[in-house]
Write a protein that binds this ligand. Structure first.
Ligand code: E4P
Length: 217
C-alpha cells in the first residue's frame, strides 16, 4: 500500500523548513507566482529548497514553445537530482513532456482542469499531473470531481502518472483527496497547519492539564 504524499506549495524557505521539522513534507511545488514572491533568484531559491527537503521539487518552465521548454527544462533538471520539471498543459508542453520522458527527466504537468486533459498528460508520460481544484471551485465548478474523474481514468488504463491535487485551499480538499486516493496533495503551509487543528483537541488538552494540576494539590 502506498502512502499519500504531502508536498508543500511554497517558495518561502522559512515555512518549508518549519513544515519539514514537523516531519510532514515529502516534496515541494513552486510556480512562477510563488517563486517571484520569494524575492530570490529562481535557481538560488530552488537550490536552497534542495538543501531542506530530500524529495521531489517542482520547478516550472516559463517558455511557450517545445524547443524552448526543452532547453529550459533540461537546464533546470541539471541543477539537482530531485528536480521535477513543471510544464503547462498546452500542446507545446506535451511535446516537451514526451521528450523529457524519453530522457528520463521527471515532469509535473500543471494547469490541468479536466479528466481528459489529464489523460493526454499521462499519454505523454507525465510523472505527475496537477489538477487545480481551488481554481475550479473559484468559478463554481466542483474541483474535487476532477480528481475523482482522473482516479477512475488512470485506474481504468493503468497509467502510472501520479495525481498531485493542487490549488488546495482547505482541509476539506485534503480529506477528500485522501478519500479518493490522490497520490499526492500539495498545499500551502497555512492549510497544512489547519489540518492539525481541532477545537476538541485544544479544549481536551486544557482540561487534562487543569485536572492534573488539581490532583497534585
Ligand atoms: C501548485 O503546483 C500550483 O501551482 C498551486 O497549487 C496553485 O495554487 P493556487 O490556485 O492557490 O494559486
Amino acid at each position: 500500500m502506498l502512502n499519500m504524499k504531502i508536498f508543500i506549495d511554497s517558495g518561502n524557505t522559512d515555512e518549508i523548513r518549519e513544515a519539514h521539522d514537523m516531519g510532514l513534507v515529502d516534496g515541494v511545488t513552486t510556480n512562477p507566482t510563488l517563486a517571484s514572491k520569494s524575492g530570490k533568484v529562481f535557481k538560488d531559491l530552488i537550490m536552497e529548497i534542495t538543501t531542506i527537503i530530500d524529495g521531489p521539487i517542482s520547478a516550472e518552465v516559463v517558455s511557450l514553445t517545445a524547443p524552448e521548454m526543452i532547453a529550459e527544462g533540461e537546464a533546470i533538471a541539471a541543477w539537482h537530482k530531485n528536480i521535477v520539471v513543471k510544464v503547462p498543459l498546452i500542446a507545446e508542453g506535451l511535446k516537451a513532456v514526451k521528450h523529457f520522458t524519453e530522457k528520463g527527466i521527471k515532469t509535473n504537468v500543471t494547469l490541468c482542469f479536466t479528466g481528459s486533459q489529464a489523460l493526454l498528460a499521462a499519454k505523454a508520460g507525465a510523472t505527475y499531473i496537477s489538477p487545480f481544484v481551488g481554481r475550479l471551485d473559484d468559478i463554481s465548478t466542483e474541483g474535487m470531481q476532477v480528481i475523482r474523474d482522473i482516479r477512475v481514468i488512470y485506474d481504468n488504463y493503468g497509467y502510472e502518472t501520479q495525481i498531485l491535487t493542487a490549488s488546495a485551499r482547505s482541509p476539506m480538499h485534503f480529506l477528500e483527496a485522501a478519500r479518493i486516493g490522490s497520490d499526492v496533495i500539495t498545499a500551502p503551509f497555512a492549510v497544512i497547519k489547519q489540518l492539525l487543528k481541532h477545537p476538541l483537541t485544544d479544549s481536551g488538552l486544557k482540561q487534562f492539564l487543569a485536572d492534573w494540576e488539581k490532583a497534585k494539590k
